[in-house]
Design a protein around this ligand. Structure first.
Ligand code: PMP
Length: 416
């Protein structure tokens, strides 16, 4: 089936688009690759791969330091990329965009700067019961060091936040909230705008983990009015080792630096250091310049295809896959929120997720098995030993889902 996606004045054909992703064109275990592990990391278009190469072939140099031409060019490319990210998430100023290694580092930065400075004994921090470990463990660590309390927004069996419960958890003791925009395990798109506005009525700042949102839905930090937000380049068709932390300037101004040395310094004597202006105050040492530059190419790729087109395509795949999966006897889909991205966690009765994953891999189909870095969610909330997870990207097709369903039938035949 040829899915031609047309929206406003942008259109793309998924089969033509797949040619932009060289990695997809290969055999795994003698079968054409089906890559359904996009929530872990997605594949890179040629434009992104070429931009890394071009950076090293033409302008590689250290940023912000030299007066020589190459250094100026590298600095310009790096700062243009910051501006591209600003536009991508509709932030007010590019000084509110900090380049980091990824979402995990962004959460750690917030916890160990804002958190260490402003969270005190007896305070409360709220996260949800569906957080990725990266948005759980830093807050667990902070609250245990500060003798503060970490509380969890409960979730329904369908995988939606219990919003009434959340609102009843708000009081003057709550000093910070951090929630995931889109769950990497359940696919749930959380009502983060509602969370932020309820939190702001108590003047509580909110951090949004947008690691699974950035490749699928338009992020608008002004409209959301979030105080902090993070995403990773490698889940956004960009390279590994680069991501961003957005924070409102008023918070970045209040926060102490995260790491010390290099770029974050304005003036140093033997006795004293004056820190640099934003955003450099939070970018110690030589940054991942080629990563930032190629993240800009990844954003160009997304803009060119159109996030709405991407979302519509993935939503069609989600519906098709869920319908076909429900044909399989003993199929349990974990996470049936009304508002979902193309992520499906499941177990087949009586079959261990690991066995399903191994057999699918033998058929060239890459899926993820286990806890998906949400062990408390899977083990404590859903009481499961793990799940199998498939997750879609812009280049996936209905035929790939058909192959996956054939694979599941084989799994059942072999293991039931
Ligand atoms: N949060 C969510 C929801 C994620 O899916 C991930 C990555 N799986 C992370 C945080 C951590 O991102 P990274 O590994 O890129 O730092």
């Amino acid at each position: 089936m040829n899915i031609d996606i047309v929206n406003e004045n942008i259109s793309f054909d998924v089969y033509k688009l797949r040619k932009e992703f060289p990695l997809l064109d290969q055999q795994i275990n003698g079968c054409p690759l089906v890559y359904f592990d996009n929530a872990a990391t997605n594949q890179k278009p040629l434009s992104v791969i070429n931009s890394i190469r071009e950076y090293y072939e033409t302008i590689n140099s250290n940023v912000h330091r030299g007066i020589h031409t190459l250094s100026e060019r590298a600095t310009e490319a790096y700062e243009n990329s910051r501006e591209k990210v600003r536009e991508f998430i509709s932030a007010s100023g590019s000084n509110e965009i900090i380049f980091v290694r990824g979402t995990t580092e962004a959460v750690n930065l917030a916890a160990s700067t804002y958190g260490m400075q402003f969270i005190n004994e007896g305070d409360e921090i709220i996260v949800s019961a569906m957080e990725h470990h990266s948005n759980l463990v830093p807050w667990q660590n902070l609250t245990s060091r500060k003798k503060a309390l970490l509380k969890f927004i409960p979730i329904t069996d369908n995988g939606e936040l219990v919003m009434d419960e959340f609102k009843s958890m708000l009081n003057e003791k709550v000093k910070f909230i951090s929630v995931v925009y889109v769950s990497n395990t359940l696919g749930t798109i959380n009502p983060v705008k509602e969370i932020i506005s309820a939190a702001h009525s108590y003047n509580i700042p909110v951090f949004i983990d947008a690691a699974q949102a950035s490749p699928h839905i338009k992020i608008d930090v002004k409209e959301l009015d979030c105080d902090f937000l993070a995403f990773s380049g490698h889940k956004t068709y960009g390279p590994t080792g680069i991501g961003i932390l957005y924070a409102k300037e008023k918070y970045l101004d209040l926060m102490p630096p995260y790491q010390f040395g290099g770029e974050m310094i304005k003036n140093v004597s033997y006795e004293h250091t004056e820190y640099n202006n934003l955003p450099f105050k939070f970018e110690a040492g030589t940054p991942n310049i080629s990563g930032a530059v190629s993240l800009a190419s990844a954003i160009d790729f997304i803009n060119e295809k159109g996030l709405l087109n991407i979302a519509r395509h993935e939503s069609d795949l989600l519906k098709y896959a869920e319908n076909r999966m429900n044909e399989i006897e003993g199929m349990n889909i974990i996470g049936n929120a009304k508002n979902k991205t193309g992520v499906i966690s499941f177990i087949i009765n009586g079959i261990h997720p690991y066995d399903t994953g191994s057999i699918l891999d033998n058929l060239g189909i890459a899926v993820r098995t286990g806890f998906h870095c949400t062990q408390p969610l899977i083990e404590q909330r859903y009481n499961l030993p793990g799940t199998v997870r498939i997750s879609f990207a812009v280049y996936n097709t209905v035929e790939e889902i058909d192959r996956f369903i054939d694979g599941l039938h084989k799994v059942k035949k072999m293991l039931s």
